[in-house]
Design a protein around this ligand. Structure first.
Ligand code: GRF
Length: 202
């Protein structure tokens, strides 16, 4: 039997924000290894979080590039160098081209029960709509934003006194389980995409 370590999947994480989902990934064994973390913002605290765990952390700051194409080309080079088996968007707030997202299997975590409330303001949109239940989704990324095959979802009840912050905090607590669980399934070759459906293999 092949030793698990030689088969360990290489995971590259892209992010823009605080990195609490990155933290959750770094705390789990995943059956794979986070080999590089890339932020679209210089000075993102999440980069320090990665470095503190001896994970390479790189910023490809959009503001340093003349246009989106030049930025995405640089990002693609930085990701390619890390030879990922899977790319994980953990709070990555920029839209990637179809060519980019079809190059590697790519997972995203989103703070709503998709297809409800896609886009960058999912928690605020859910509150504004008055839904009683929202949640978290992990899905494969396709060119259309927040529209790819769904790997995992879990609901979160909305409370009458919720603010964006309190609701998002409870959703994130769910994400911190759902995303590592999904990446672990991927790393063990247990996700099979069948049209819009993702089957979880035994
Ligand atoms: C998460 O809620 C995720 O669903 C969304 O961005 C947020 C990132 O949070 N895409 P963090 O940076 O991981 O704390």
């Amino acid at each position: 039997m092949t030793p698990a370590s030689s088969a360990a999947k290489r995971v590259v994480v892209l992010l823009s924000g605080a990195g609490s989902n990155l933290q959750a990934l770094l705390e789990r064994s995943l059956g794979g290894q986070v080999v590089r973390v890339v932020s679209d913002q210089l000075g993102a605290g999440a980069l320090d979080l990665a470095r503190a765990r001896n994970v390479e952390a790189v910023a490809v700051d959009r503001r340093e590039f003349a246009d989106r194409q030049a930025w995405e080309k640089a990002l693609r080079e930085v990701v390619t160098e890390a030879a990922p088996d899977v790319v994980v968007l953990a709070g990555f707030m920029r839209i990637l081209s179809g060519a980019f997202v079809s190059r590697w299997p790519t997972l995203n975590v989103h703070p709503s029960l998709l297809p409800a409330f896609p886009g960058a303001h999912a928690v605020a949109d859910a509150l504004r709509h008055g839904v009683k239940v929202t949640g978290a989704t992990v899905h494969f990324v396709v060119e259309q934003v927040d529209a790819g095959p769904i790997v995992a979802q879990e609901s979160v009840a909305v409370r009458s006194n919720d603010t964006i912050e309190t609701l998002h905090a409870r959703i994130k607590a769910v994400e911190h389980r759902l995303l590592p669980d999904s990446v672990t399934l991927f790393c063990h070759d247990r996700l099979a995409i069948d049209g819009r459906r993702v089957r979880i293999l035994p």
